[in-house]
Design a protein around this ligand. Structure first.
Ligand SMILES: NC(=O)c1ccc[n+]([C@@H]2O[C@H](COP(=O)([O-])OP(=O)(O)OC[C@H]3O[C@@H](n4cnc5c(N)ncnc54)[C@H](OP(=O)(O)O)[C@@H]3O)[C@@H](O)[C@H]2O)c1
Length: 267
């Protein structure tokens, strides 16, 4: 991990977007960041399941933090819909009202785990996977950058990545290649925009619906064994634990531009 070069203070009014905020790591990140925010802060939570978003919102709301949420299918949303959802969320306030403008790109899916890598040929299915996990993430990020284009030095971007972005895992070609592409996009952005803070945070193996999906769907024996042993040995992290570490890394500023920081990295 890079040595500290800056410290982030959230004591002013912040605007925070979290994608995939209806459960799992996204919910935990929403709760943890909400505890750090100063007066007049505003959070926008995005995912499809409105009821679960409402639950996350109720966990985040306080005298200092207003929370709005919107049910949106991020795999299909148009650029205009993304734009509208961001602009509507600030409700009469101006981008200049916020001293920090933060987005957590947490949304993610695993892709088809039931096909061997050597047999992948369904390009339409791959496209749909990349739509949600890469292309639409980039498009939403661009709308966010446009919204705060005059205040780039206030922008903080956290991409929730994975060890799978930098280390191949048999049976997860959709996931590994998508995470690698997504992480590299954020690294290139960090390279170009030196005054925007960009963190690629890898949360470690976390007890969420994603793990159950691997156990139910994976055809690769090694992949299944790895996740079964995580589960049986009790080594899966609770979402709150990794979300707290993400906040510590972020607020301490101990990361280089676009750096991949893992839960298990030393602090
Ligand atoms: N769990 C792990 O061990 C682990 C490890 C490394 C990295 N990660 C990464 O951490 C992030 C969160 O994972 P998680 O384990 O918390 O997964 P999860 O429990 O499956 O949560 C995924 C989130 O994404 C949302 N989502 C999925 N498809 C969507 C769509 N089409 N439109 C809008 N929202 C959508 C889901 O909400 P709705 O269903 O309500 O839309 C949900 O809130 C992912 O990027 C994942 O790759 C997880």
């Amino acid at each position: 991990m890079a040595s500290s070069s800056f410290c982030i203070s959230l004591s002013g009014a912040s605007y925070v977007v979290v994608t995939g905020a209806s459960q799992g790591i996204g919910r935990a990140i929403s709760v943890e960041i909400s505890k750090q925010l100063g007066p007049n802060s505003l959070m926008l939570l995005l995912a499809r399941n409105k009821q679960e978003l409402a639950k996350t919102a109720s966990l985040c709301e306080s005298d200092d933090v207003k929370v709005v949420y919107e049910s949106i299918d991020l795999s299909k949303a148009t650029v205009k819909e993304m734009n509208d959802v961001l602009n509507n969320s600030i409700q009469g306030r101006k981008p200049s009202d916020f001293t920090n403008c933060i987005i957590f790109h947490n949304v993610g899916s695993l892709g088809n785990l039931s096909i061997e890598t050597a047999r992948m040929e369904d390009v339409e299915e791959l496209r749909q996977y990349y739509d949600l996990n890469v292309f639409q993430v980039i498009a939403l990020n661009t709308q966010f950058l446009k919204m705060f284009k005059e205040f780039e030095d206030r922008i903080i971007i956290v991409n929730i990545t994975s060890l799978c972005a930098i280390k191949p895992m048999g049976g997860m070609a959709y996931y590994c290649s998508g995470k690698a592409a997504r992480e590299m996009y954020f690294r290139v952005l960090a390279e170009e925009k030196k005054h925007i803070k960009v963190l690629n945070y890898s949360p470690g193996p976390v007890e969420t619906a994603m793990i159950d999906f691997v156990l139910a769907e994976a055809v690769n024996d090694n992949l299944k064994d790895v996740f079964l042993s995580f589960k049986h040995q009790g080594t899966l992290l609770k979402p709150e634990i990794t979300a707290k570490k993400c906040m510590r890394v972020l607020l301490s500023g101990r990361f280089g531009p676009g750096e991949h920081v893992d839960y298990f990295d030393d602090e």
